[in-house]
Unconditional design. Structure first.
Length: 287
């Protein structure tokens, strides 16, 4: 696998978000509605595709919880399978509920409050001080901020090696300010024209536009994209289909929700060109 550019996801690749973003998903729904989904269900939504934005995943999880109260007969695995079949993401979740005769979609929609969910999520994730700074408002609740509970997954030596040998970019579903915080934490200096965040494009993964644009800016011919979800691999596959002038490799990292042999198998079945135990294995893989 000979490449001249490496593009990195942040969550589950550079930092561990199991006790931050994913915890905020679960607890936001619980705080607003008094019940929630578990960690395995979060991964099931991720595997359904289209949930690169964790606010969307939180919204979809809340819709599922509310629909179960109204008589939805699907367990979370069956529900997320149908979400996948409906195209994934929040729109897919809404479509599934519209097609369930045992559920009053109107009642669910009336009880669903995405603005409160988002504010709760951000307050839990950012904490009071950062919430005031980044959201420009008073937080709806008091919390220390799960953003401070994100262990780094990448070694300084790995960053030094990759930046010395390759053009390096970042493609993430984080808002720009939160991406900057994570990159500073791991010590990766990436200029604004070499990163795409939630604030930089509307489509989100697995749409190929951001990855192809980064490759064009690098002047690269062969690009490796490293992520921790099936959508990340799909982004590389879609870029390879969309851009006939370059080669794109999708590399799965087993440090997010997909782990162990089951995670390795899932990545492989969805077209990953390689699977690494963690991002530090890139040094050997790309030699």
């Amino acid at each position: 696998m000979q490449v001249d550019a490496v593009v990195l996801d942040i969550d589950g690749v550079l930092v561990d978000v199991s006790d931050s973003y994913r915890r905020a998903i679960v607890e936001s729904v619980d705080r607003v509605y008094g019940e929630t989904i578990d960690d395995d269900a979060v991964q099931a939504f991720k595997d359904a595709g289209g949930f690169n934005n964790d606010w969307d995943l939180t919204d979809a999880a809340a819709l599922y919880v509310l629909a179960r109260r109204e008589g939805l007969e699907l367990d979370v695995e069956a529900f997320t399978d149908r979400v996948c079949d409906a195209g994934g993401g929040l729109d897919g979740a809404k479509a599934v509920l519209r097609d369930r005769p045992e559920v009053s979609a109107t009642t669910v929609r009336d009880r669903w409050d995405p603005e409160l969910l988002r504010a709760t999520f951000q307050a839990l994730y950012l904490g009071e001080e950062l919430y005031r700074e980044l959201e420009g408002d008073e937080p709806p609740l008091s919390a220390p901020g799960y953003i401070h509970d994100e262990p780094t997954l990448v070694d300084p030596e790995t960053i030094a090696d990759l930046t010395a040998r390759f053009e390096v970019g970042v493609l993430t579903g984080r808002p720009a300010a939160e991406a900057t915080i994570a990159l500073e934490r791991v010590g990766l200096d990436v200029s604004s024209d070499r990163r795409f965040t939630m604030d930089d494009w509307e489509e989100g993964k697995p749409h190929p536009r951001a990855l192809v644009t980064l490759a064009e800016r690098f002047g690269a011919e062969r690009v490796a994209f490293v992520g921790d979800t099936l959508d990340d691999v799909a982004t590389a596959r879609n870029a390879d289909d969309a851009d006939e002038t370059r080669v794109y490799y999708g590399i799965g990292a087993l440090t997010g929700g997909l782990t162990g042999e089951d995670g390795r198998r899932a990545f492989t079945e969805h077209g990953a060109d390689a699977v690494v135990d963690d991002v530090n294995d890139l040094v050997t893989l790309l030699e």
